[in-house]
Structures are given as structure tokens and as C-alpha cells.
Design a binder for this molecule. Sequence first.
Ligand code: SF4
Length: 127
Amino acid sequence: MPETTTITCINCPVGCPLQLLHEGDELIEVEGFDCKRGKKYGRQEFVDPRRTFSTTIWIEGARWARVPVKLTAPVPKDRIMEAARAVHTLRVRAPVQMGDVLLRDLIGEEGVDVVITRSMDRLQAEP
Ligand code: SF4
């Protein structure tokens, strides 16, 4: 007899309630989605739930003290804190360009890179 687990799709503000029909670890069907992104999300969430995040890290020699960064792909949900701690150990020196890759394969996850999302020039010394 299949069980039903209900989750909320987080791909857009509508927040469709998704019903995941499964027998133990085997997913049978996803229901309740209003678009195909919801179906894909429900399947992914059941099989291998992942999350991503954006944050800021310290930068030296720039006008501001911190520069924004993001991940290029999500990491396993149960490793999100480990990933955040690893990102927050990073330090950079200006100048940096948007898209610069600071670290590849974060926490050993292939294809999950940490990239700069805002260019920052080096602060010129006062004459
Ligand atoms: S299923 Fe589609 S419409 Fe519904 S919350 Fe997810 S992305 Fe939005």
C-alpha cells in the first residue's frame, strides 16, 4: 500500500502542495504540481534533496569589506551547514570580477563551485 508524503514546492511563490506517493524508498508518482518544474522538484526532493545559497565573504583592499558569492549548483540538503562553513573560510583580495571561481567542487561535490557575483576594484591609496 503506497504512502503519501506532502511537501511544498519552493520553486515559485505559488507554493503548490505536492503529494509524493511512494512505497518505502521507491517513488511511484508526484501529484499536485501546477507545472513541470514542480514535478521535477518533487522527484528530486524525494530522491536527493538539495539546496543552494548565496552569501558574502571577506575581501581585502576593496571599498567594501565583504563581497557577494553564490554556488553554481546545489549541495545535498544534509550538508548545507558544512558547505556554508567552508564558504565562510574563504578570503579574497581585490580586484575581483563577477564570475571569478574561488573554489571548485565545494565539500567534494563535483560541479559545485563558489563564484563571485559582484566585481570590485582595488581601492586606490590616497595621494
Ligand atoms: S509546481 Fe510550478 S506553479 Fe506550483 S509552486 Fe512549483 S513551480 Fe510554482
